[in-house]
Design a protein around this ligand. Sequence first.
Ligand code: ATP
Ligand code: MG
Length: 576
Amino acid sequence: MKWSQTHIYTLKEAPSDAEIPSHKLLIRAGLVKKLAPGMYTYGSLALRSIRKFENIIRDELNKRGGVEILMPMVHPRELWEETNRWEEMGAGLLKFQNRNNHWFCLGATHEEAIVDYIRNDVKSYKDLPRNLYQIQTKYRDEIRPRFGLMRGREFSMKDAYSFDVDQAGALKTYQQMYEAYQAIFNRLGVEYRIVQADAGNIGGSQTHEFQLLADAGEDSLLVSDTTDFAANIEVCPAIDLQTDNSNEALKPIEKFATPGLKTISDLSKATGVPENQLVKTLFFSSNDQTNSKDKGLKPVAILLRGSDELNPVKLKNILGLVNAPQMLSDEEIKQVTSASPGSCGPLGLQIPIYMDTGVEGLKNYIVGANEDDCHIKNVNHERDYKITKVADLRMAKAGDKDPLSSGKLKAYRGIEVGHVFYLGKKYSEKMKATFLDHQGKAQNFEMGCYGIGVTRTVQACIEQNHDQDGIIWPKAIAPFQVHICLLDPQDEKAQNIVHEIETQLEASGYDVFIDDRNERPGVKFKDADLLGMPVRIVVGKKGLDQNEIEVVERRTKTVHKVSPDSASAVVKKLLI
Ligand code: ATP
Ligand code: MG
């Protein structure tokens, strides 16, 4: 394909709202253009890359019995009410009415739609298992769309859904999909980790995320230096080896004045007690607003060591909530404790108290007195106040113990590109989707669901593969594998040689892009680096006089000077 016949406009500068390298490069290379926040037009180059990735996905899923379908993007409200997600998904679902005042939403995910599809068709165990997938535009009304295609409002997802007769079958399918995802991301040649994850409001018990490693990733991962344990920090068990003082004898409690000491750091400095021996009290509401009829505040107190940080996903799961719990405001805290946030503690509270496991081994510790500018020392749980539940509620961190060995955890940043869930009967029960088993008895389907962020992955590949000059496309999804800089577009000999090389390479299945614009060589080289096709060929009059053309590897910038006759053979070798 010739540049002059496409619609590609490169830019010297990235727009100011592009924060991370891949976003800047997507815009500068003219791959995508913003229509509105979180909504992008994919240009021809981006679309080629997206299509190539889609075809890798199709190939690996079809091999394993996946069947491609396409469901509507607009869904009726009644369907989402069957699972209560019309309310639970909150403002993330974009809802609207048609001319007859019927409510609809844009599909943010398709569990409801697929269960409806299957429950109408599949009557017997003889029709199972089934594994259906689609590649389709999703809409999620993300609060803060950012980083280009990474967190869009409108984006492309491959979503697959499996239906099995029993749990054993469903877990086997889960394993197959896990392997399909490994094959897919291996074909991209990118560095990724598979981590344990939270099920979010999709639900389900077993779930893994596929995370591309990149510093700009939004997710924190903890990976063992010894075993294959790896987890998203959201669900990573916190096992540190903090010293406790559980052998101390209990001392009598004592209130003391702490004027102006608002933070754990202030208190630690003033008392000389290290932060990890202090106990802090946080307040949340366990009403996550999933029931519009119940708006009441349900305060709970959380106790943590002063040096630890609360993990909101663990708290959400311990409290059995669908959405993350909200922190109480200073005013609400005052209503519950009679004190301002810096002076609160567990003594005398009339609300449930959840204690992080890190506090369990402490004795004679300091907490807020529930009286402004006062704390209490020598406090002990059970003797001085009762705990509702002890649980792992804190963020794990680098250096913590690997839950599976005596090894340690290391921290990485990741971009979530894929997610596999074992769902069990969560959706089939709520939506009364059944089949008849061997005995003719109605059973709910055992389900799994499996997503890949298609557009996010394409950008994540750029985030992991670029240099200061531009993109370095992985071969498997490069819009074109070969970029020919035709330096003298008017020269007939150069034209013929380029045509010859193009024909040979295309006959071998490679995609060839020819920069035939009337631009200076410097401009063409800069654009070739920016667009980042794996191999560049430079054909110019001067070189041809010496019977020479240049083949350049994008990643290493290695230059091979070769004769025009041998060019395609050299390129093919480089593209293996
Ligand atoms: P996140 O935690 O990043 O919001 P999610 O866990 O809600 O994502 P899933 O419901 O698991 O997302 O969706 C499957 C895949 O779709 C994700 O693994 C991700 O690659 C992609 N995806 C989700 N939200 C977006 C988005 N706003 N923009 C682009 N891709 C997305
Ligand atoms: Mg996810």
